[in-house]
Design a protein around this ligand. Structure first.
Ligand SMILES: CC(C)(COP(=O)(O)OP(=O)(O)OC[C@H]1O[C@@H](n2cnc3c(N)ncnc32)[C@H](O)[C@@H]1OP(=O)(O)O)[C@@H](O)C(=O)NCCC(=O)NCCS
Length: 147
């Protein structure tokens, strides 16, 4: 695959993979978030992996954050979204996407990266750990009705 910055013509393929990664997010929310990440190149970047035969195999979205859990430096490159098509996994595509995100973060003054994954997402955790990330904390999120 060839990893490169996302282009406007990738929108539908990017949206399809975003929807696979975040199925509970409404289409309008996806489109608004995509426009936001494309609109601020100083704080956001999106890279896609393009198959040799054409078409995408995955994407990574990254932002600059002032702080992130477990990090000692600022800014931090934050992995906001990371997805590879099911039939393209375990072939190094995810690694190449994350490497592009990390290069972008270094070029934007970062010395550390941060990311998160659901506690139940063992594959994501395994992939992060394999690529040099270390677990720093587990979070429990809560809610209740008040009205
Ligand atoms: C996480 C994800 C992006 C990894 O993409 P990928 O292209 O398969 O990653 P790579 O092939 O570069 O794998 C890198 C290493 O991670 C580890 N890894 C990846 N998938 C793994 C799995 N299913 N089980 C155990 N280790 C795994 C391996 O060490 C692997 O190296 P190896 O194949 O040489 O053993 C992909 O599995 C995915 O899209 N998952 C669904 C969406 C998701 O959960 N995204 C993360 C949200 S936080």
């Amino acid at each position: 695959v060839n990893v490169r910055p996302v282009r406007p013509e990738d929108r539908e393929e990017w949206l399809r993979r975003r929807t696979a990664l975040w199925p509970h997010c409404a289409r309008e929310t996806h489109l608004a978030d995509m426009a936001e990440s494309l609109g601020d190149a100083s704080r956001w970047a999106v890279f896609v992996a393009e198959k040799d035969a054409g078409g995408l195999a995955g994407f990574v979205e990254i932002s600059l954050q002032e702080h992130a859990a477990g990090c000692d430096t600022s800014p931090v490159g934050y992995v906001e979204g990371w997805y590879v098509d099911a039939d393209q996994r375990r072939a190094g595509v995810g690694s190449q996407l994350l490497a592009a995100a990390e290069r972008w973060a270094v070029a934007h003054g970062c010395r550390e990266m941060a990311s998160d994954c659901d506690v139940s997402n063992g594959v994501s955790l395994a992939a992060h750990l394999a690529l040099g990330y270390e677990e720093v904390q587990r979070v429990v999120q809560l809610r209740k009705w008040v009205g």
